[in-house]
Design a protein around this ligand. Structure first.
Ligand code: GLN
Length: 496
């Protein structure tokens, strides 16, 4: 390594935007910054466990190529040479894509996900693949076959989930940005727990091609980074129509960075009264209420709104998501790819034992629940009913957006909890997504950005919910807030 420690630290303190500007201006090379981030991963990942795979050689090879292309003026994209990491459910050609599961411990993807292709074309440098809850099922990253991830703000605490590895990596500055996925809260809740910014775009905004499916009507990829500005730069690259995903939106994509500085004077913010009721930790409530006042001071108009059906969101989600998961996960049968048991007696034994051995407890639980909900005798009572209530929940938002421009509230009812604290209490764990799931069911975009700390010095995230395809406005609102505050710039002491 050719750099003194101080240099390494300073390169890894730069935001995505600063890295991009510095690279284009020739202030440092792609190889220098790639080495600096890899050195940090090497130093801190053993403590955090936020990466399943570190691609040190691959990243350096890519860095060398991109340095050449930048030098020749062939690559001028904003993300050219900027390092990043991917949640380990985005297929990455030639690289292990485990989905946090023993079932896929040997799955080397033979192709790239749409987002992987987009980032490769832009010249971003892939540092590695992030740890996650198995098949994206979880809120604490404790369901990974690759072990728990630790929260950089307090390593006895969970980072949230299921994109917990990526969130911890950004918080500890092991990557300037990462991509996560959010089915019921898996970008917003870990972003909240780790004190970073993350956005789940409108359902269909980012192609799901090459993303290992959990619940297809809900899954959506999005960026997690230090700031809204950095998320906007990353979203510019991954958003857009893709014919390989039948639910991909045709809606044109603008430049998410163009409106970042727009005024928020007169912005009408709705606060759902259901998001400030029982279940919300009083300490979190205090921080959120202070944040709301800060928006008022920035010129926003605050209005209480009603989402009368939101209390049914968690139960509805835990019918729909497992139902879709049970169907999606039926492809992992030990025959074509993934884990296969030793010496099967017959075909049935092969299926049963491969699935029994390959899937973890939470995944098995959901396959059972989902299969039950979809079975002939119960389909109408559970799945169909859940779909009807899902429609009511969506309608609540349609009504709310007639009165307000955006909706705000806590991203999660609590801050990060202790590792092990909720592993035996599924309902308590499921309630971690109390405020994120309604948005997911409605297919609306949602984000979380840091708004302060609780009494234990753990970060609190503000959730911002926009109307369909209003990502630019949401990023603008968070950016304006981040221009006047520095919560998003704080780095946990151990990783400063
Ligand atoms: N925590 C929720 C679950 O376990 C959401 C996960 C996600 O968004 N992938 O299903």
């Amino acid at each position: 390594m050719s750099h003194p420690h101080s240099q390494i630290t300073s390169l890894t303190q730069l935001s995505l935007k600063d890295l991009s500007d510095g690279l284009q201006a020739g202030r440092f090379s792609v190889m220098e910054i790639t080495d600096a981030w890899l050195a940090r991963i090497e130093k801190f990942n053993p403590l955090l466990n936020s990466f399943i795979t570190v691609l040190a050689d691959g990243a350096r090879t890519q860095a060398q190529q991109i340095d050449n292309q930048i030098r020749k003026g062939e690559l001028t994209h904003t993300l050219a040479g900027v390092p990043y990491a991917l949640k380990d459910l985005f297929c990455t050609d030639g690289v292990l894509t485990s989905c946090g599961s023993k079932m896929l411990h040997n799955f080397v993807a033979p192709y790239d996900a749409h987002v992987t292709t987009k980032l490769k074309q832009a010249g971003a440098v892939l540092l590695g693949k992030n740890n996650m809850d198995e098949f994206a099922m979880g809120s604490s990253n404790e369901n990974s076959a690759y072990g728990v991830v630790r929260n950089p703000w307090n390593t006895e605490y969970v980072p949230g989930g299921s994109s917990g590895g990526g969130a911890a990596a950004v918080a500890a500055r092991l990557a300037p940005f990462v991509l996560g996925t959010d089915t019921g809260g898996s970008i917003r809740q870990p972003a909240s727990f780790c004190g970073i910014t993350g956005i789940k775009p409108t359902y269909g905004r980012v192609s799901r091609f090459g993303m290992i499916a959990f619940a297809s009507s809900l899954d959506q990829a999005g960026p997690m980074a230090v700031s809204a500005e950095d998320c906007a730069i990353a979203l510019n690259v991954i958003a857009g129509f893709d014919e390989r995903d039948s639910t991909s939106a045709q809606e044109p994509v603008g430049d998410y960075t163009a409106s970042l500085n727009n005024s928020i004077e007169g912005l009408k913010i709705g606060l759902p009264k259901q998001f400030f009721a029982a279940g919300l930790d009083p300490d979190v409530a205090t921080v959120i209420e202070r944040g709301v006042k800060e928006f008022e001071a920035l010129g926003a108009i605050i209005k209480e709104i009603d989402l009368p059906n939101s209390h049914m969101a968690v139960p509805v989600y835990y019918i729909i998501a497992p139902a879709e998961a049970s169907s999606n996960l039926s492809r992992f049968d030990g025959v074509r790819f993934g884990h296969r048991c030793d010496n099967p007696k017959d075909l049935r034994d092969l299926y049963e034992r491969s699935r029994w051995e390959g899937f973890g407890e939470e995944v098995k639980r959901r396959i059972m629940v989902g299969t039950y909900a979809l079975s002939a005798g119960y389909y109408d009572a559970y799945y169909l009913k859940a779909q009807q209530v899902r429609r009511l929940i969506k309608q609540d938002f349609v009504e709310a957006f007639k009165q307000v421009d955006v909706i705000m509230g806590p991203a999660a009812p609590t801050t990060a909890f202790k590792i092990g604290e909720k592993v035996d209490d599924q309902v308590a764990m499921y309630l971690a997504d109390l405020y994120t799931i309604p948005t997911s069911l409605a297919g609306l975009p949602g984000m979380s950005f840091p708004i302060g700390f609780d009494e234990h010095q753990l970060p609190v995230g503000m959730q911002l919910i926009g109307n369909y395809f209003q990502e630019a406005r949401m990023l603008n609102i968070a950016h304006r807030y981040q221009q006047t505050t520095d919560w998003h710039l704080r780095v946990p002491a151990k990783f400063a």
